[in-house]
Design a protein around this ligand. Structure first.
Ligand SMILES: O=C(O)c1cc(=O)[nH]c(=O)n1[C@@H]1O[C@H](COP(=O)(O)O)[C@@H](O)[C@H]1O
Length: 235
């Protein structure tokens, strides 16, 4: 049951301070824009060298040729998962895969997944602000189908959409779900949220957890609590 810890920190020193709590434990971590833009590829090399699995979350969204070239560069970093925005469309998603395939040159290619609708997006925001007239759930389903048609491995979505996506896109289509909060946590900027236990019930493949662990007074204990709930050892 993979639990991905979002390393949303401003620099390498903060990451090291955080990972110190985990000793030799190998984690599945996510490096996002904040950390990657500051530290560049060397942070990925450091994390891989320490034995961690890495999801590089840069949410690429550009014309197909640019995304293909960017993925070719990223493929070289040896990460385990990368992502794009499904809103870039089929040609862009296919180009992302081509770039990855070219860049990995026969080595194992990272999983490539597409963001459907951010977990900070509400139904109301879709309609009023983004002018997307379809419902949120239909839009997530449509984007997931585009991702599948493009040959991607899965999507980023909220836990709430997982059962529907498994039905529409198949059990093997990977669902990576952020927006995870413990019952006592503040939801902050997240809208479509669920507890680790609920994510498990709904059938998520991976959960992504940031602040509930990274901002906790005792990060290792917080990580264990999330993990135990996610794995069904605690409710
Ligand atoms: O692609 C993502 O990882 C992502 C997609 C999404 O829809 N929502 C979302 O929260 N994320 C990321 O997941 C992490 C969630 O962090 P917390 O809200 O602190 O648990 C952040 O690093 C976000 O960038």
């Amino acid at each position: 049951m993979p639990l991905i810890v979002a390393l949303d920190f401003p620099n390498k020193q903060e990451v090291e301070r955080f990972l110190y709590h985990f000793g030799e434990e190998r984690l599945y971590v996510k490096v996002g824009m904040e950390l990657f833009y500051k530290e560049g590829p060397s942070i990925i090399a450091d994390l891989k060298e320490k034995g961690h699995d890495v999801f590089l979350d840069l949410k690429l969204h550009d014309i197909p040729n640019t995304v293909k070239s960017a993925m070719r560069s990223l493929a070289d970093l040896g990460v385990d998962m990368v992502n794009v925005h499904a809103a870039g469309g089929i040609a862009m998603m296919k180009a992302a895969l081509e770039g990855l395939q070219e860049g990995t040159q026969g080595k194992k290619r990272p999983l490539c997944i597409a963001v459907t609708q951010l977990t900070s997006t509400s139904e109301e925001m879709m309609n009023r602000e983004l002018w997307i007239e379809k419902s949120l759930i239909d839009t997530v389903s449509h984007y997931a189908k585009l991702a599948k048609e493009s040959g991607l491995d899965g999507v980023v979505c909220s836990t709430l959409e997982v059962p529907m996506l498994k039905e529409h896109c198949g059990q093997d289509f990977v669902t990576v779900t952020p927006g995870i909060r413990m019952l006592s946590d503040d939801t902050q900027d997240q809208v479509r949220v669920a507890t680790p236990a609920r994510a498990r019930e709904l059938g998520s493949d991976y959960i992504v957890v940031g602040r509930s662990i990274t901002k906790a007074e005792y990060p290792y204990q917080a990580y264990q609590m999330v993990k135990q709930e996610w794995e069904g050892q605690r409710v």
